[in-house]
Design a protein around this ligand. Structure first.
Ligand code: COD
Length: 309
């Protein structure tokens, strides 16, 4: 059971995948420090795509392995696709966002002819280690899908469950996050949560204990559940929070990071290959944990189709 990012690193080292990462717009100190740490831990090699002159300067400063391959693409409009091309050519197995905007990076990933689409929905999964908490907590989707429809929420849930299963959480506890436990047609998230919970009763998803609609207080605290008269099997031990929209996921995770000094890793699921996507402001530590998470969540990557094992 993964309880911390040290466990994630240990599992990634044990998996010994030693993959190659294609880093898009690698001319960034924190990105290169994370790459250096991943190389030294034996997690991954890297191909650095971006402004070669700027990358070389940083490599010297950080004493990065001088044998590390660089692909020169200083044009920020082309750098995402140049890194994606390395994945398509089989020269790299994991894609990583460097110093470019998430939107530009994701548009390269989603490119119709030259991207990494599988026919499935792609979604972002955030993993947080929060001081004082006994387990890692996962949030989706606070990074890619802006206002998911019910069908998209199904896919986001499926992507997340496959990833959690592949990192060893066999029966994740899932909270379908809303502002209230009562179903209210004026709050569409509660209606969607009710439908998803009913689908889970029919075994539409991989193994999980899923509850919703459920508000954050009950999801976090059995005591709050008792006060509100709600019997919950997941209160206080939720693995995965499925949020109703990108603003909720983004704000919740960034708030936890700020106030609780949490650490976060972020990956994109549902593409042909695992993808590391963190905020440009994320620390080198968070970027390293994201690489490790991508390496061990690779088992959830399906080549086309929508079925799951
Ligand atoms: N999965 C699979 N295909 C997708 C997805 C997805 N999640 N999103 C769009 N597509 C496909 C569509 O079906 C269509 O074929 C094509 O891509 C273009 O769709 P649009 O027009 O909706 O795409 P864009 O380019 O306008 O938007 C896609 C983004 C992912 C760039 C957009 O949703 C976005 O900006 N998301 C938020 C990124 C962000 O700022 N995150 C916060 C910081 S971490």
């Amino acid at each position: 059971m993964l309880k911390s990012f040290q466990d994630v690193l240990a599992q990634a080292k044990e998996a010994g995948r030693n993959v190659t990462i294609a880093v898009a717009a690698a001319q960034d100190r924190d990105v290169l420090q994370a790459v250096k740490a991943a190389q030294e831990l034996g997690l991954a090699r890297a191909i650095l795509v971006g402004d070669a002159a700027a990358i070389r300067l940083l490599m010297t400063e950080l004493a990065l392995d001088p044998a590390t391959t660089i692909v020169d693409e200083p044009d920020m409009n082309k750098v995402g696709l140049a890194a994606v091309a390395l994945i398509r050519q089989g020269r790299a197995q994991v894609l990583m966002k460097g110093l470019l905007n998430s939107k530009d990076f994701l548009q390269a990933v989603l490119h119709g002819q030259e991207g990494l689409r599988t026919g499935r929905l792609l979604s972002h999964l955030a993993c947080l280690e929060i001081p004082g908490e006994e387990q890692l907590m996962f949030f989706s989707d606070g990074g890619m899908n802006i206002a998911p429809t019910l069908a998209e929420k199904k896919d986001i849930l499926l992507n997340s469950l496959l990833a959690l299963h592949s990192i060893g959480i066999r029966c994740p506890k899932v909270a379908l996050l809303t502002a209230n436990e009562l179903v209210n047609p004026k709050m569409p998230a509660t209606v969607d949560a009710q439908v998803l919970a009913a689908l889970n009763e029919e075994a539409a998803f991989p193994a999980c204990i899923l509850e919703g609609p459920i508000a954050m207080d009950v999801a976090l605290s059995p005591e709050a559940g008792r006060h509100k008269g709600i019997a919950s099997k997941i209160a206080g031990s939720v693995d995965l929070f499925l949020v109703p929209n990108i603003e909720t996921g983004n704000a919740v995770t960034k708030t936890i990071i700020h106030f609780a000094r949490a650490k976060m890793a972020g990956i994109i699921l549902g593409a042909t290959n695992p993808i590391v996507m963190t905020s440009r402001a994320e620390t080198q530590e968070g970027k390293l944990y994201s690489i490790a998470l991508a390496c061990i969540a690779a088992g959830s990557t399906l080549k086309g189709g929508g079925e799951y094992a």
